[in-house]
Design a binder for this molecule. Sequence first.
Ligand code: DX5
Ligand code: ZN
Length: 254
Amino acid sequence: MNSPNSNHQRKGVILSPSLLSANFADLASSVRLAEEGGADWIHIDVMDGHFVPNLTVGPIIVEALRPLTKLTLDVHLMIERPDDYIPQFVTAGADIITVHYEACVHLNRTVAHIKSLGVKAGVALNPATPLGMLEEILPDVDLVLLMSVNPGFGGQAFLPSLFRRARTLREWIENSPSFSRDAEHSPSFSRRGLGGGYPLIEADGGIKLDNAAQVYQAGVDAIVSGSGVFDTPNPAETLRQMRRACEATKLIEV
Ligand code: DX5
Ligand code: ZN
């Protein structure tokens, strides 16, 4: 059996700065800063005022950003009835669409819907949702997004339960016969970090330069950071430092 500690196959941290803390009057500049800092993905937080108590952006913003960058657009839907909007986000140029477990009555259908439109499908879990809720859907998803705050706002305090949750999930994935380790290296997907056959773990909320390495060390592949990047004096340099900090670590013992 593969030990969770034996995962030396990770290709390095994936950084997904969240535009939620960017300058909304000049998102193009924020995307440029993210690129300059070596971001892998751009995280776009979509909120509907129902699933979470805040409103943000819709497909029109994704469409406006798409021509500005070749980076993977990582769209996090914090909305009810996501199926009604998934096709619009795909048409707008999303590469990954993540829906919340808590917002989907028919999660299997929603994940299949996303994949049928040719993009990667993620499932997000709120901090209080047991990991076990992933058991049936895990083999079908490209990504699991573990929230390390209650979704709705940037700049909240990191919930340390993320460490335990990420380590446990990583162990499940690595020890599950459902996932072929070789598939991770399949050349069939060109976008970095989405190798197929092996769901990525993403963490979102309260992650900054001072805890990013610990999050990565717990088995997280993709790190979302909003205020931790865009509320710093030099976002591009912060991203570079975040990558260096993560890549100086090794996976911790489970
Ligand atoms: C929160 C959003 C996050 C948010 C994170 O509900 O899903 O993506 O931008 O912001 P920080 O990194 O500031 O906690
Ligand atoms: Zn998010």
